[in-house]
Design a protein around this ligand. Sequence first.
Ligand SMILES: Nc1nc2c(ncn2[C@@H]2O[C@H](COP(=O)(O)OP(=O)(O)O)[C@@H](O)[C@H]2O)c(=O)[nH]1
Ligand SMILES: [Mg+2]
Length: 328
Amino acid sequence: MAAPDPDQLANGLLGGDTRALARAVTLLESTRADHRAAARHLLARIAPNAGNAVRIGISGAPGVGKSTFIEALGLHVLDAGHRLAVLAVDPSSPRTGGSLLGDKTRMERLAQEGGRAFVRPSPSGGALGGVARRTREAILACEATGFDVVIIETVGTGQSEGAVAHLSDLFVLLIAPGGGDELQGLKRGIVELADIVVVNKADGELANAARRIRDDYASALGLMRPRSPLWQPPVLPASALEGTGVAEVWRAIEAFRAAHAGSDGIAARRGAQARAWLWEAVEDGLRDHLHRDARSRRWMAELERQVMAGELEPADGAANILKRILAP
Ligand SMILES: Nc1nc2c(ncn2[C@@H]2O[C@H](COP(=O)(O)OP(=O)(O)O)[C@@H](O)[C@H]2O)c(=O)[nH]1
Ligand SMILES: [Mg+2]
């Protein structure tokens, strides 16, 4: 397939066309060299019109109710007059098993909103870094299309929370009673990334347990140095099933934005994120460059063998590799 025309795609995006957005995200996900060139052209075209959304990362263990909660929050956000995009970062599963695709049925109320909501599963396969980069570019494409709220979902089972925290303006950690591992967010240090903690399933038989978890997290957060000096992360009860507490979470998101409206707030977070992406792209480029031709690969395999056999110091091997990059 020839690379799609990036100018045509850019015009579609800037005209608010959701179908063009779907095609653009597919292009951004491709790793083919000609597709990457077209993707960079597309990103350059849309850059002046990107950046205008509130980017919300949402994570939580499987079964805490992320999909149900995102749908409830999403409908609330649409009611408030916004356009909403939901993207997923899920490096573990191929597209067919992706967290959002399996949830399509559950998010079908969002999907029925036509052009006002855009739901996209995780790019298939690949390392977390690659999936995160493609998601970052998809965020820009959503923004250029006029989506002013972007939710990035990830399953809280690994490193992906950190990646999503670095893609978003604020990070919402979802927890719930009943899983038996309610405190894993505390144990694994994820709560340190959270700007808002939501205790979902605060309803029916689980209401009391939810209150206890809420107290545990609130006191733990009270002892912690907050991620932002401008904000003390609240712990909010909600029931995605009954729709209670959802409006309060949205209000907290708006309060977070208001508190970070100055140049040392969200703009500073995005600046630090952009700096990290810069160096990651440089490292990716160097690695690609090294692995491009068979001769380098053979030479590096031999170098690796020598290092593993103790015939060559790792630092000397690295110096050899760097010399090859810098003065080929
Ligand atoms: N009681 C109760 N159940 C919920 C709530 N939210 C989600 N669930 C249920 O929890 C299960 C997992 O929800 P899901 O949204 O798929 O969780 P995910 O894996 O985090 O995306 C489903 O059976 C939901 O119906 C809630 O607020 N209260
Ligand atoms: Mg889900």
